[in-house]
Design a protein around this ligand. Structure first.
Ligand code: AHR
Length: 502
């Protein structure tokens, strides 16, 4: 039995839509095949973008997309990806499988994709192997509305008006694949590179993102902020609007044997969820350091890479990071998104890795076929939280698990939209035990309810032969008790979304 007490009169802050963000890298079959098939493909497309994938992502309400990497970003030279496709430079993707990159998907294609999706743009620049001039020219190319060498080049390439770049990342993982830098060295580079990202629109439209830590590297967070953050006017934001954090859920510590995506025991189920729950501690501890510099929380924590990282599917290219996606991924997504919601005062963006065919994807493709993964349905069921107000909610629940790997039986978060409708998202993290959750409001009388569920065996997943094994469905296993509370029966291994009308 779990009890959820909701104070619907206490709003704790806006849940940025960007918490439901995604990440697409030139890696394996994410961009090529997964999103971009080219105008001449037999797969239905608009300007080269797969129609089925675009439609599914719009239905899921994708709010923001990060591109072009990842590790790829710090060896990407944007000028190779503009102009006539036949004359674009070909390169080796040294990070991911050593395959040929023909640069047929570049800046114009990414912007076209985001326009089709109706989502915000997050571009990640190259600090590791690129110059300040290269980065600053890219920014000018994309955002300057006037006469200048880069704006003229953009116009020659068919785009008259500038685009809006909502977020710009100054390097990626510069503690690792982005240059193996020390935090002090990167902190100084950050100050320098971001200076030349000029605010051409005059509206301060682009949020600048500084490269933050990996997992529990609190030293990096402290030292980067010590070096790069500056309170003195006019730099109240310390030169930055966001500081990133990367955290992947990897069941086994040995990177050569991370564990299978589809074949696992209940022990591995709990180990994975316990590792995913570590996100809570990471947000608190990195957040405490950020508070020392930025107590008003003007700088967002941008968790721009997160998700499950398992062994690749047998027989696939190890450099392509292609993995299946089960109900375990769905529960990791549910737990993580509920945690992000609860920390919406500091966490302003999160981007699951990666959009299609790589790591914990929401979509898998094979030729013309497409399947939606269990993770897709979680994002779909949670989409009503975007731009809503987090409500104060307190949960009493027991711990479940095996050995040291214990997690709360139930995970939750609650929000209210502008019309006063309430959305409750619940996860039952037990692979075997159902649970009853009693939901109590301060004053609210519960009238109209609509609910949806995603459930299945812990290893259940969708394949190209059986695409609908796991899917979101209507849910009615709830009742109003004599005391006027809502009692919800959550099956083991399930995610439930409850909408209560105003
Ligand atoms: O998402 C895969 C890789 O993980 C990214 O390229 C990198 O930033 C991280 O290490």
């Amino acid at each position: 039995m779990a009890k959820l007490v909701i104070n619907e009169t206490k709003k704790l802050g806006k849940i940025n839509a960007e918490l439901y963000g995604h990440f697409s890298e030139h890696l394996g079959r994410c961009i090529y095949e997964g999103i971009y098939v080219g105008e001449n493909s037999e797969i239905p497309n608009k300007n080269g973008m797969r129609t089925d994938v675009v439609e599914a992502l719009k239905e899921m309400k994708i709010p923001v997309l990060r591109w072009p990497g990842g590790c790829f970003a710090d060896e990407y030279h944007w000028k190779d990806g503009i102009g006539p496709k036949e004359s674009r430079k070909k390169m080796i993707n040294t990070n991911w499988g050593g395959v040929l990159e023909d640069n047929s998907f570049g800046t114009h294609e990414f912007m076209e994709l985001c326009e089709q999706l109706g989502c915000k743009t997050y571009i990640n620049g190259n600090v590791g192997s690129g110059t300040v001039q290269e980065m600053s020219e890219w920014f000018e190319y994309m955002t300057f509305d006037g006469v200048s060498p880069m704006a003229d080049l953009r116009k020659e390439n068919g785009r008259e008006k500038p685009w809006k770049v909502d977020y710009f990342g100054v390097g990626n993982e510069n503690w690792g694949c982005g240059g193996n830098m020390t935090p002090q060295y990167y902190g100084n580079l950050y100050r320098r590179y971001q200076t030349f990202l000029r605010d051409y629109s005059g509206k301060g439209e682009t949020g600048k993102i500084c490269c933050g830590a990996n997992t529990a590297d609190y030293h990096w967070t402290k030292e980067v902020l010590k070096t790069a953050f500056d309170h003195t006017p006019p730099h109240f934001h310390g030169y930055m609007d966001g500081l990133s954090l990367h955290y992947y859920t990897v069941p086994e510590s040995d990177w050569d044997h991370k564990g299978s995506a589809t074949e696992f025991t209940t022990g591995e189920w709990y180990k994975t969820l316990a590792k995913a729950e570590k996100m809570e501690e990471l947000i608190k501890k990195h957040g405490d350091i950020m508070d020392c510099y930025d107590p008003e929380k003007k700088v967002g924590m941008m968790i721009d890479e997160w998700g499950c990282w398992f062994d690749v599917e047998p027989g696939t290219n190890p450099g392509f990071l292609y993995q299946q996606n089960t109900m375990r991924d769905a529960l990791v997504a549910c737990l993580s998104l509920n945690i992000f919601n609860k920390h919406c005062d500091r966490v302003k963006m999160a981007n699951i890795a990666q959009l299609v065919n790589v790591l914990q994807s929401v979509i898998l493709t094979e030729g013309a076929k497409m399947v939606l993964t269990p993770t897709y349905y979680v994002f779909h069921m949670f989409r009503g939280h975007q731009e809503s107000e987090l409500l104060d909610s307190t949960l009493t629940t027991e711990m479940v698990g095996e050995g040291e790997d214990k997690v709360p039986h139930i995970s939750e978060s609650v929000s209210m939209d502008a019309e006063g409708n309430i959305l409750i998202t619940l996860g039952n993290l037990s692979s075997e035990e159902a649970d009853t959750v009693t939901v109590q409001f301060m004053d609210k009388k519960i009238s109209q309810i609509k609910a949806r569920i995603l459930t299945g065996a812990m290893t259940a997943h969708n394949t190209f032969d059986e695409p609908d094994c796991v899917k979101e469905e209507g849910f009615t296993d709830y009742r109003i008790t004599e005391a006027g509370d809502l009692a919800v029966e959550l099956p083991a291994c399930s995610v439930v979304q409850i909408e209560i009308r105003a």
